[in-house]
Each structure stands twice: as structure tokens, then as C-alpha cells.
Design a protein around this ligand. Structure first.
Ligand SMILES: [Fe+2]
Ligand SMILES: [Fe+2]
Length: 192
């Protein structure tokens, strides 16, 4: 595993300034929420820092990474929203191969931060919420969800899932099947 400072330097070279600042904001919120949830802030920091490490790759490279990892069905590869959907799993691949991360929960949190899944670990939910509600987000709900996450984390998570899915539907797109499974579980009160 790279040391944290050299990982930050390396990430800075991979991302636009704006995306890098977003990653640092997510990293800080992840660490804060982890402490509140009683889990390791260091692991949360790693997950937050690297969650978007593939986000600025050109679409061709994202596709090649995804195909090589063999974890994405072809329907996702063909999807019109490919960069949005692929950067989670590809960020995981890069965190593993180039940043030498081995912690499975951290890697899984990076992979699932975009569409979620069922079930999700506490760390996965933290990264999901922190990404949605980081201080650089411009939409209205982000700051209220950030505040809510500090006192009622599960409710903040639920609202983040709903908000993301609402956004996808408002653009006349079908949410990812994993997101729909997550929504169904939450609406039915199943443990997620
Ligand atoms: Fe992302
Ligand atoms: Fe992000």
C-alpha cells in the first residue's frame, strides 16, 4: 500500500482540480462519519480519497479496465450512462492495482459508491452518503443530508438513496438494477 501522502500526490495528477477537491471533501466527511459510527477513520479516509480515482479517465480506458476486470455485464458496458456507471468498479480496480489497497471493505466501498448494493457495510454507506453530501455539492439537499448524517446516519443514507434515484429518473433514465434493489429493500424496511 502506498503511504497516504504519496497516494494524495498521485491522485492529484490523475484528477482535475475540481474532482481532486471533491475527493478531499469526501475523504474528510468519511473520516468524520466513521468516528461517529465507531469505525476506523483511517480506512474511511482511504475509501473517500480514492472513491473517484477513475472518474476522469476517457471513456475508452474506462471500458477497457471494466472489461479486463470481468465484473461488469455487457449491458452495463453498452449503457448510455457508461462513465457514470463504470467509474465505481474501475476506481476499485485502480485502487487495488496502482494504489496497492488490499482492504476488501475499503475496495468494496469504492466500487459501490455510485449505485449502492444490498447489503452494504457501514463503511460502504458512509462513502455513499459522503459522496452525495460532500461540501462541494451544489444541489439543495446536500447540506441538509450532511447535517442529518451527523445525528441520524441511517435516515441520511435512506434520503441519499432516494435523492440519487429521483435524480436519475428525472433525467428519464432507468436506475441501475442494484440501486433498484437497494430502494426496494429500504422501502420494505428490510435490513440493508
Ligand atoms: Fe463517483
Ligand atoms: Fe464522488
Amino acid at each position: 500500500m502506498k503511504d497516504f501522502l504519496s497516494a494524495r500526490r498521485c491522485l492529484r495528477r490523475r484528477l482535475s482540480g475540481e474532482r481532486y477537491r471533491h475527493s478531499l471533501n469526501v475523504m474528510r466527511l468519511c473520516a468524520e462519519l466513521a468516528v461517529r459510527q465507531g469505525i476506523s477513520p483511517d480506512r474511511a479516509r482511504w475509501a473517500g480519497l480514492l472513491h473517484d480515482c477513475a472518474r476522469d479517465l476517457p471513456i475508452g480506458r474506462l471500458r477497457r479496465y471494466a472489461l479486463r476486470s470481468g465484473r461488469k455485464p455487457s449491458s452495463v458496458i453498452r449503457s448510455a450512462d457508461t462513465p457514470g456507471l463504470l467509474h465505481g468498479p474501475v476506481s476499485r480496480t485502480i485502487a487495488q492495482s496502482e494504489f496497492r489497497l488490499t482492504d476488501r471493505d475499503v475496495l468494496q466501498s469504492i466500487e459501490s459508491h455510485t449505485v449502492g448494493r444490498v447489503p452494504m457495510s457501514t463503511l460502504e454507506k458512509i462513502v455513499y452518503v459522503a459522496d452525495y453530501a460532500s461540501s462541494d455539492r451544489r444541489f439543495k439537499a446536500s447540506s441538509s443530508i450532511r447535517r442529518l448524517a451527523r445525528r441520524s446516519f441511517q435516515e441520511a443514507f435512506r434520503r441519499a438513496v432516494m435523492g440519487k434515484i429521483r435524480h436519475v429518473v428525472s433525467r428519464h433514465r432507468v436506475p441501475h438494477p442494484q440501486s433498484l434493489r437497494l430502494l426496494t429493500a429500504l422501502l420494505n424496511g428490510f435490513p440493508v
